[in-house]
Design a protein around this ligand. Structure first.
Ligand SMILES: Cc1cc2nc3c(=O)[nH]c(=O)nc-3n(C[C@H](O)[C@H](O)[C@H](O)COP(=O)(O)OP(=O)(O)OC[C@H]3O[C@@H](n4cnc5c(N)ncnc54)[C@H](O)[C@@H]3O)c2cc1C
Length: 425
């Protein structure tokens, strides 16, 4: 079993960007070469800006190369909660922005010719309790009425049309959801950005900023300093002491994934006959999909811990048991990959994008960043260029996590709390 992301292992990197000489100046420095940073850099370079894209590790090393590869519709919170919190108009606009985000991703893949198996497979949400299926009926009506979103429901009696598992009590299908090979997506975006003149620098950690004007900064890195007119921070769950104000507002939560050996076609057709991307309704959600080469990818929060090799291995064992509980027919199937990554959870589980101390940022995707991080790159490029931009998150208050000043000490109690919620709801 390999303790590394399947996506990065099965993608051809766009190049070795570890030794590039740092430019002395740039119109924009982008910190973080995940989907936020790559998309921002690419969209800015299309406008003729000189961009330097810096990452402490390598392209796609963060959550962008470690996720489930699911570009799904809907908010990270339920639509009903969104309506209660923000009112029907704003909630519907925020909800629809995820559709725009999948469209942005699709458009980028097409215009840049990125071979990343992007496919509108549809999204399957699975009820772990009968009451959750009854909630689907209410949600579907609300989404249709307020957001114009058409989904269809699959009762337990017909669940085998969608999934070969005895575990679930019904499903909701949203046909707009998509699957993508995120390793090849990140590499493709990096190749396009580099071809457009973006100067990419891997293994180049940013260690500090010296402000020189409203948005201008000297960006200090381990390899030297770049004078930038504007700076974008796209560090998501890997946000650290470089931007303490942002770190106080993001909880990095470990999420873990296992990937099986390639499965026979007949097994794939039994497990997920329509190859939809799927997640269930537990607080400690399971999510899964079929990879382009017919493996099952199965993810979940598994344990409340940060990701490291030991933690990933332990989580892998827990996830394997969970996978066999959902799909007993996989009891003898080998696990080929196991890894973990950090989800950038905000207190309200909403995206936050704006500026602070002259630095532009977008983060807080709360487990829904494949499409939204890519989309926010386009939005940030519009904001930096001074164009009218549809930033759906502009008016949200970005609250600090009470008591959170450094590494997150509160993960085990949070885990107990979520498990308790699963038992009672
Ligand atoms: C296990 C897992 C499963 C997920 N599944 C899904 C899914 O199926 N669908 C979905 O929509 N979302 C999913 N997500 C969330 C999604 O992957 C993220 O929201 C998204 O990738 C965030 O992209 P990003 O570019 O903002 O951040 P990241 O991809 O995390 O990139 C941040 C980068 O910043 C760099 N960095 C940090 N500090 C510095 C510094 N000081 N100097 C230089 N560089 C720095 C890091 O090295 C890192 O590469 C999942 C996340 C995880 C962890």
């Amino acid at each position: 079993m390999k303790l590394l992301p399947y996506w990065l292992d099965t993608a051809k990197s766009a190049g070795d960007f570890r030794r590039n000489e740092l430019p002395a100046r740039a119109d924009v420095v982008v910190v973080g070469a995940g989907l936020t940073g790559l998309s921002t850099a690419l969209h800015l370079s299309r406008r003729g800006a000189q961009v330097a894209l810096l990452d402490a590790h390598t392209v796609g090393w963060g959550a962008s190369g470690r996720n489930g590869g699911m570009a799904t519709t809907g908010l990270a919170i339920s639509f009903a909660t969104g309506v209660k919190r923000y009112g029907s108009g704003p909630a519907a606009a925020m909800f629809r922005s995820y559709n725009d985000a999948i469209d942005t991703l699709e458009e980028l893949v097409e215009t840049e010719g990125i071979d990343c198996s992007f496919e509108r497979t549809g999204k399957l949400t699975l009820a772990v309790k009968p009451s959750h299926y009854r909630d689907f009926e209410k949600s579907a009506a609300l989404m249709r009425e307020l957001a114009g979103q058409e989904v269809h429901l699959v009762p337990r009696s017909r669940i085998r049309d969608e999934i070969g598992s005895p575990y679930y009590h019904g499903a909701m299908v949203d046909p707009l959801g998509a699957a993508v090979h995120v390793g090849r997506l990140a590499a493709g975006l990096a190749a396009s950005a580099a071809a457009n003149g973006v100067s990419i620098h891997e293994e180049c950690r940013v260690v500090g900023f010296t402000r020189r004007g409203t948005h201008a900064h000297d960006v200090r890195t381990e390899l030297g300093t770049i004078r930038a007119e504007q700076v974008v921070v796209g560090t998501s769950g890997y946000t650290g002491g470089l931007t303490p104000w942002l770190r106080r507002r993001i909880v990095p939560i470990g999420s873990f994934i296992v990937v099986t050996e390639p499965l026979a076609k007949s097994v794939v057709e039994e497990l997920l006959p329509n190859r939809r991307v799927a997640s269930d309704t537990k607080h400690l959600t399971y999510y899964f999909r079929i990879t382009p080469d017919d493996r099952l990818l199965f993810g979940g929060r598994a344990r409340f811990a940060l990701s490291n090799q030991d933690s990933d291995r332990k989580s892998g064992r827990i996830l394997r048991r969970a996978m066999v509980e959902v799909f007993p027919q996989l009891a003898d199937i080998r696990i080929d990959y196991c890894w973990g990554g950090l989800v950038d959870m905000s207190l309200d589980q909403m995206v936050h994008a704006g500026q602070r101390d002259g630095l532009f940022y977008s983060l807080g995707y709360s487990g829904h960043g494949v499409q939204m991080a890519t989309h926010m790159g386009k939005v940030l490029a519009q904001v930096l260029a001074g164009e009218p931009a549809a930033n759906p998150w502009r008016d949200l208050k970005f609250r600090a996590i009470p008591g959170h000043f450094g590494p997150p000490w509160f993960l085990p109690p949070a885990g107990v709390f979520f498990k308790f919620l699963d038992r009672i709801s």
